[in-house]
Design a binder for this molecule. Sequence first.
Ligand SMILES: NC(=O)c1ccc[n+]([C@@H]2O[C@H](COP(=O)([O-])OP(=O)(O)OC[C@H]3O[C@@H](n4cnc5c(N)ncnc54)[C@H](OP(=O)(O)O)[C@@H]3O)[C@@H](O)[C@H]2O)c1
Length: 292
Amino acid sequence: MSARVIDGKAAAQAIRAGLQADIAALGRAQGRPPKLAIVTCAPAAAAEAYLRAKLKAAVETGILAQAYPCPADGEAESLRRLIASLSVDETIDGIIVEQPLPPHLMTPGAESLIASAIAPGKDVEGMNPLSYGVFFRCKSASEIQAARVFPPCTVSAMIELLRATLAPVAGREAVVVGRSGILGRPAAHYLSALDATVTLCHSRTADLAAHVRRADILFACVGRAHAIKGDWVKPGAVVIDAGMNRLADAWVGDVEFAAAARRAAFISPVPGGVGPVTTAVVLANTVRAAQR
Ligand SMILES: NC(=O)c1ccc[n+]([C@@H]2O[C@H](COP(=O)([O-])OP(=O)(O)OC[C@H]3O[C@@H](n4cnc5c(N)ncnc54)[C@H](OP(=O)(O)O)[C@@H]3O)[C@@H](O)[C@H]2O)c1
């Protein structure tokens, strides 16, 4: 193996450690630590595990976190009302809605109603269409930093891992595979704001391998185990894999890890790459939201 494996757990730990002084200052200034509200309406055991992990990460970081359960068969309107009440609650700094939502709420209309109820200043996952629109109007990284909204959190996590490599981005060829509104498309936008030259690929891309072979920076946002073959990876590339795919006995990413690691300069593993950093970004955004 020649690639350096980007340690997402260590990166997440560093982000959380870097928040300690700000959390202490906020505690002194407002008499309480920052608080994150986690709205959840998925009863599945897997969702419970994710929720527990988020609550634990928040507590360990010194951030208050509380789950606000909603019935799994509840209507979008009742979820909207709950989120609207959290949005005006002055003791809450950040709001996230656990994904996936139950199937009857996974329509564009319901998702938009729910996401729009999150006050943009508390939208620490970057779900509100207003946050999204402001982010997409930013042309440069400095504009994104200055905007009073948060980019989609998994995208921020991928960018954090890319930055951790110290690899040059401006002028480089970046290829993003996957064009979902929550991940691939905003990732392509962020890379463009960092002055990469970006190609956005998807399931109808002709000759995906040829595009991947050109990528100095490869962002995998597919959700298909090993959809990106290791021998497509350009020697010396930076590979950031957001895919979370369950095989019979393991979680794997979208990229064939071992074969890709023989060619890449840096590669993020699955698990232990983008996932833990995403949680750390949500906590960091909660602190930023409280400071504002
Ligand atoms: N680590 C984290 O914190 C985190 C957070 C969010 C998501 N994820 C993971 O990221 C992955 C993607 O999530 P998502 O919500 O963006 O998924 P999604 O909405 O299903 O989008 C998948 C994208 O991949 C494209 N695609 C599918 N098969 C392809 C193929 N064989 N070749 C090229 N492109 C292909 C699709 O193309 P079309 O547009 O043509 O259909 C689509 O644009 C999932 O594994 C998810 O679990 C991880």
